[in-house]
Design a protein around this ligand. Structure first.
Ligand code: ADP
Length: 718
């Protein structure tokens, strides 16, 4: 009988976690509750008096039943009080109903001090003050919105200090009443460990990358013959050392990539572009790797509709995914075997497949293959090297670009890794809006790498009866012009790869496009110029009218100085002396390099002379190298900057620099090429663009940043 009753009561009250609340409701009105329970007990007893009971259950007197009930209640209370986490129950109007010992210890209040008060007593500003509004805006019935949620927030202790916590809230229904229970977990320790992890990653990033870059750079120079012809054995050893420094660099980059992906800091410069050229570029870039393993990549014939399939991706990240799949396929292929790459597309998805004839992937490893640091547990895999991070990074990258990744495998036969990306459908601008009768005004090609701006221009023109096509770069523009007749082209000056100015020049020299009217749309004049200063487009400053004479003279002086010495002057700001020396050697033939160790010396050097280019490390002993950017951008014309650092600058600084190269991700050749191209480009822009092209500001486009200017063949426009 006792058990039946007890079970009945408990069943009524205990529904999973709600048991806790039967107990924790007690502190506020335990006498009343006890009365209610006693009444219920009486009912139960009466009701069960004549009913057949469990035969062996001993009969308890009423007092015994009360004692038993109290015992159960106090046991539950003891359980609650010994939970390390804070447990707080709330009424629907936000009043605290119970507060266990864990909550007392964490937040410094006693239960008596907070029970009955609104829960915002535990919240920091502005939530403390906003809480009443919140309750007004979201009446109690809406509170279930928080039920079932887990959130990381900060709570305010009695002494005013803040504590990071995780709150998991659930709603409990009991006998027509409902209340909310929140488990409060202290996150202080977890946050401390997270902070340590961040610091560790930052140390890895800076402290390892910089010396590693010196090592790799030096080894590369020695292998390239800077120290003269080496004995055969020394050559071999240098090659081993170089390859291993490369491996170490890759590992560090992988770890940092994972960190960036997990913290949501990885930037994606998405751009709609044709998929096929990207895949071809990936194959070319990885060809040498395949050769190391004696395998070759074969690109299957691509159907004509797939050839034009576009995807909206970040070029570098897509190449990174391809590099991983291709290198894995090469690593695991038997000597001499082909790796087959195919690109297919449907209406909504394009699929890239990399198929090898390797050992396949064992059943027991398949579920783990995309996890971090996972490698099949075979000595063969270990021998192939790698970090076990590549596929996990690839999966994250593909997913961030809206795609999915997977594989089919057959042990002993091979593996097909594939990823799919949503097809990008270009906006059609051919339809005329209702009521627009000036149809057939012509077909315009818009060459603009920012798709939104391109689409905006397209819409504006469409409203005036034009038909438009959008392309993202100079090469694509040339291809379209060769295929289709256009009545005009709109060119953005800041195109990826080949600049708008170069495109204009080439159009002017080609007989077919010599007469093609060109409209330059650039966000670079005036307002846009400041934001983009230093990114190599400074020359557009003085193309604005009226021409600022001082700027013009300074630019002339700058160019003549470079002409006289023949070599550009480069300021290298780097606190690592070894890396200074390596870069000095690397650029010995190409430039005059002044190397300084810190921010102050850089400022002094810049006060003494003008540089054609600055190579900048971010972390300097006396502050951030990024603080030099305003100084450099203030110079006339602004000095282009390459950030060459183990840290990547925050996105807010990206528009201020011409290039960001990350140590260990950049080879000697890349560095040299970038520097040469930048210095060259800067000179060309200062002079080359001036001699045969005059640009004038026109009416502002609806987008504030952009301004429209018109060029016609052989004519200057005012
Ligand atoms: P890594 O190659 O750097 O070790 P990945 O994440 O790219 O890291 O790959 C993880 C593991 O998956 C590899 O170590 C290997 O065991 C397995 N794997 C990946 N690609 C293939 C493949 N094409 N054939 C067989 N096994 C593979």
């Amino acid at each position: 009988m006792a058990w039946t009753i007890r079970r009945n009561i408990l069943n009524g009250v205990i529904a999973g976690g709600t048991a806790i609340f039967a107990a924790i409701r007690a502190p506020r009105s335990s006498a009343a509750q006890l009365q209610a329970i006693t009444a219920q007990l009486n009912d139960e007893i009466t009701e069960h008096q004549y009913v057949e009971q469990e035969p062996r259950a001993p009969k308890l007197s009423f007092e015994q039943q009360i004692t038993e009930l109290r015992r159960v209640q106090s046991r539950l209370q003891a359980v609650l009080d010994h939970v390390i986490e804070g447990i707080i129950s709330l009424e629907p109007n936000g009043a605290i109903e119970s507060f266990n010992r864990g909550a007392e210890q964490l937040l410094g209040y006693t239960a008596a001090e907070v029970i009955g008060r609104k829960v915002n007593v535990l919240m920091p500003e502005p939530y403390y003050s906003d809480y009443d509004h919140y309750l007004t805006d979201y009446p109690p019935d809406d509170l279930p919105r928080v039920a079932g949620t887990i959130r990381s927030v900060e709570l305010r202790r009695k002494d005013g200090s803040l504590v990071p916590v995780e709150l998991s809230t659930n709603e409990i229904h009991h006998e027509d009443e409902h209340l909310f229970v929140t488990i409060v977990r202290d996150l202080t320790e977890r946050k401390r460990i997270e902070q340590m992890r961040k610091e560790f990653v930052s140390i890895v990033s800076h402290e390892l990358r910089t010396p590693l870059t010196s090592i790799r750079g030096s080894l590369g120079l020695i292998a390239g013959g800077i120290a003269g012809e080496l004995p055969e054995q020394a050559k071999q050893l240098i090659t081993i050392a170089y390859n291993n420094s490369e491996r170490l660099g890759l590992l560090i980059n992988d770890i940092l990539d994972i960190e960036k992906i997990e913290s949501g800091k990885m930037r994606f410069a998405l751009k709609p572009q044709a998929l096929q050229p990207l895949i071809e570029a990936a194959l070319e870039a990885n060809q040498a790797y395949a050769e190391q393993y004696g395998v070759h990549y074969r690109l299957e014939d691509i159907h004509s509709e797939t050839q034009y399939a576009k995807v909206n991706v970040d070029t570098d990240r897509l190449l990174q995914v391809m590099a991983n799949l291709l290198s894995n396929a090469a690593k695991f292929s038997p000597l001499g075997a082909p790796v087959d790459i195919s690109v297919t597309s449907g209406e909504h998805w394009a699929r890239v497949t990399v198929a090898d004839h390797g050992p396949g992937i064992a059943d027991e490893f398949r579920d783990r293959i995309f996890q971090k640091f996972s490698q099949a547990d075979s000595s063969d895999t270990r021998q192939k090297g790698g970090s076990g991070l590549g596929l996990s990074i690839s999966k994250a990258l593909v997913e961030k670009m809206g795609g999915r990744i997977g594989f089919d495998t057959e042990p002993g036969t091979g593996t097909r890794f594939y990823f799919e990306l949503p097809i990008w459908h270009d906006l059609e601008f051919t339809a005329l809006p209702a009521g627009c009768n000036n149809a057939g005004r012509g077909r315009i090609l818009i060459c603009e790498d920012d798709y939104d701006i391109g689409a905006l221009i397209g819409l504006l023109l469409k409203r005036r009866g034009f038909t438009c096509d959008i392309v993202g770069d100079a090469e694509e523009a040339r291809q379209r012009l060769a295929q289709t007749h256009y009545d005009a082209i709109i060119v953005d000056l800041m195109l990826p790869g080949e600049s708008g100015i170069t495109l204009i020049r080439s159009l002017r020299t080609a007989p077919a496009t010599r007469e093609l009217p060109i409209v330059v749309v650039s966000g670079l004049a005036q307002a846009g110029c400041e934001a983009l200063a230093g990114s190599g487009f400074a020359v557009l400053d003085w193309l604005d009218k009226p021409i600022d004479q001082q700027r013009l003279i300074a630019a002339v002086e700058q160019a003549t100085r470079s002409e006289m010495t023949g070599k550009p002057k480069i300021l290298h700001v780097e606190d690592d002396p070894d890396l200074q020396r390596v870069i000095g050697l690397l650029l010995a033939d190409a430039a005059e390099v002044v190397a300084v160790m810190d921010f102050r010396s850089a400022e002094q050097a810049m006060a003494r002379q003008r540089f054609d280019l600055v190579i900048l490390d971010i972390v300097l002993p006396d502050g951030s190298g990024l603080n030099l950017l305003p100084l450099l951008n203030r110079q006339v014309p602004p000095v282009p900057v390459i950030v060459f650092s183990s840290q990547e600058p925050d996105p807010e600084h990206l528009h201020e620099v011409a290039e960001v190269l990350v140590k260990t991700r950049t080879s000697n050749e890349e560095l040299l090429e970038t520097i040469t191209a930048l210095v060259q480009r800067d000179k060309e822009r200062s002079w080359g663009s001036a001699d045969n092209v005059t640009v004038d500001n026109g009416a502002p486009l609806e987008n504030e940043k952009a301004c429209m200017t018109t060029l016609a063949p052989g004519k200057e426009y005012q």
